[in-house]
Design a protein around this ligand. Sequence first.
Ligand SMILES: Cc1cc2nc3c(=O)[nH]c(=O)nc-3n(C[C@H](O)[C@H](O)[C@H](O)COP(=O)(O)O)c2cc1C
Ligand code: SF4
Length: 801
Amino acid sequence: MSFNIVTTVGVVSSVAVYYFYFSGRFTVSLTVLIAYAIFYSESNEKHKEGNAAHPITPVKKEKKACCCSGKKEGEKKKSGSGSCCSGKKNGSGGGGCCSTKKLIDVDQNEIPQEDDSMTIDFTTAFLEKKSKKVKKVPKIFSAAKPDSVAPASPKQKEIEPTEPAQDNFIRSALTISNETMLNSQIYVFYSSLQGSGERCAKIVHETLTAMPELAHQPKLLNLDELNDIDEYFVDVPCENALYVLVVPSYDVDCPLDYFLQTLEENFNDHRIDGFPLRKLVGYCVLGLGDSESWPEKFCYQAKNTDHWIARLGGRRVFPVGEVCMKTDGVNKVTEWANLLAETLKDDEPIIYEYDETCDIEEDAGADYASDGSDDEGLADVEDLAGKEATSKKNSNSMETKQMVSKDSPTYRNLTKQGYRIVGSHSGVKICRWTKNELRGKGSCYKKSLFNIASSRCMELTPSLACSSKCVFCWRHGTNPVSKSWRWETDDPEYILENALKSHYAMIKQMRGVPGVIADRFTNAFKVGHCALSLVGEPIMYPHINRFVELLHEKEITSFLVCNAQHPEALENIGKVTQLYVSIDAPTRDELKKVDRPLYKDFWERMLQCLDILRTKQSHQRTVFRLTLVKGFNIGNISSYADLVQRGQPCFIEVKGATYSGSSDGNGNPLTMQNIPYYEECTTFVKKFTEELQRRGLNYEVAAEHAHSNCILIANTKFKIDDEWYTHIDFAKFFENLNSGKNFTYMDYMSKTPEWALFGNGGFAPGNTRVYRKDKKMKNKENLNVATENTVETSAEVSVNA
Ligand SMILES: Cc1cc2nc3c(=O)[nH]c(=O)nc-3n(C[C@H](O)[C@H](O)[C@H](O)COP(=O)(O)O)c2cc1C
Ligand code: SF4
């Protein structure tokens, strides 16, 4: 406030005169009155000037409160002191902090410097941040974190953007109405190793099924048994699908890994539409886990599932449930399911925010990390351009696991069934034929077909994992599946040494078994043959060539069985004694049905493998293995002939599938009806051979092992002077190998004995055939079903696999 000099002099002299003349209170009052009049006039004067220069309507702005902040103007007056800070504090008699407490008039353009802290322009601050180094990319995100998914929302279908529309930041919000959700087709997916996942999924399924409001009956599906994950997670089964996923977590290798891997691969696959799961009405995930034993990784796979489905465009309609099965159990699952059911009915629409375009800072990953689960690479904001970065982040968080660690359910399953796990991804088992031969009860079909003595045979796989899920494989549902190797890798030397130890330990256990022949028992401690076919896909093991070399160094022959899905590995495989390719079906559709392969281009891969057999690997003793499954792959002889024409194998081994117990619990859909009789197999083989000959291909039926429903078709190259030479001369094989010269299958064949020829049954002399009395086996000669027990038959099935 400024006073002009004349006014000041006038006031001061008036006060002085009145004071000396009148003295007393009247003078003081008059002085105050005059001073106020001057102040008011000065202030008014100044305002007029200001308004002329800046004709903006002044706004009232309350300044920061001090000790009087709680009091209103009127209350202050009532206190009688005029101000709580009446000068007592510093004795100044006026001014002090109270000067800042008043409501003052300020011009918007004259915000004093000291007021900055109170007038942050958030819009500007936000834009400044956004205008830093940014990429403009389309972006989708579920704005709501799992625990804030269903906020109270206005009852409207389209919610107008709340942010002012910026060029680079268009935010809109969609809602999903209860009507849409009730009309949806709900799919309850689950994964389960030990059963609780399945039980909980059934609770959720039953809860939803009990809702009369739903237009369609919910469906229950096992994720681990889906023929093709992409049928549901790239394509969707119908326009109005809503997914509920019940997902346990395992810190060991499990089928869920493959599911998650597929989601991630699809997200990173440029051929797939960026957000294929946008087509869903919505989705939600119920996680099961154990927070006590795995506090750090509690429900991590459920969170990952939620993450990838959101990234693929899915709209979360309910918060991710996280249930500790140890402490909360099914009660909490029921609670979650009931709440989900209520939400579906609730006519309060669910807000789902959706950014059409949004700037993403290059270091957005850190900014947008979600609910503290950063270690799992979970982020709420999904960005397209950031795919690679986030994917890297996610992949980094997935540490390399052991394929079958000691505490895994797979380990327990396998060991319970007589397998010995070697290291973390290999396994051995002595098959029932090995035991049989030790007791003089006959060898497996490889004895009659190729001269393999079962008592000296070690069945081994260096990869318990597989890239297919064949219907006749008993291990489906618990075995690790993957398209490629993604586990810790054991050295080949370690595997062989420990596999032999384990094999010998199992042989040793036979010493007290009645009927074991001493000679054979002694010889069994010098393994002469290795069947690389037990379970899984041996060729996936990265050091398979070195492993085979090590076998050969010990004069152990090698039969390598591949599933025709890894052409690169097949092309590079070194010399083996016999190289198998499983041909489980003659056409694309049938192969998909039987093998349930993980690769989308499974058929092309198989054809490529056949080409490799005909060309690069034509020096090897090659075998097509056909496993006949009634209702799946018997019949289309012409298409089988096409494949033979393409691969030109030395032999075609045709074997009826073996029954491996009921389909309950093991994911194997086969029943006894799918197991062909021997007669059916021989009929197939005869017709097949006729078709091959009709095409000018030189194949004939050569040998058999009727007991195990197995017949050998051989190229007539192995028929010399009208005599079959389908057996292997092992000594010659090693001689050739050690000579370092190139050699072919023609250099180590030997004559097939009379008893093994087709029509003679194939039961090796020197053994006593034992017939099992079983009501189910109506025709002992013709039925190949091995019903001794599931464990035994499993070995047979695995040979097929
Ligand atoms: C080998 C193994 C590993 C597990 N790892 C985890 C884990 O990392 N995080 C977690 O929350 N729960 C973990 N659990 C607990 C399971 O997720 C929980 O028991 C679940 O209910 C199992 O479902 P299931 O019975 O269908 O297999 C693990 C359980 C097992 C047996
Ligand atoms: S069935 Fe297989 S593992 Fe058993 S003896 Fe025959 S080849 Fe060896």
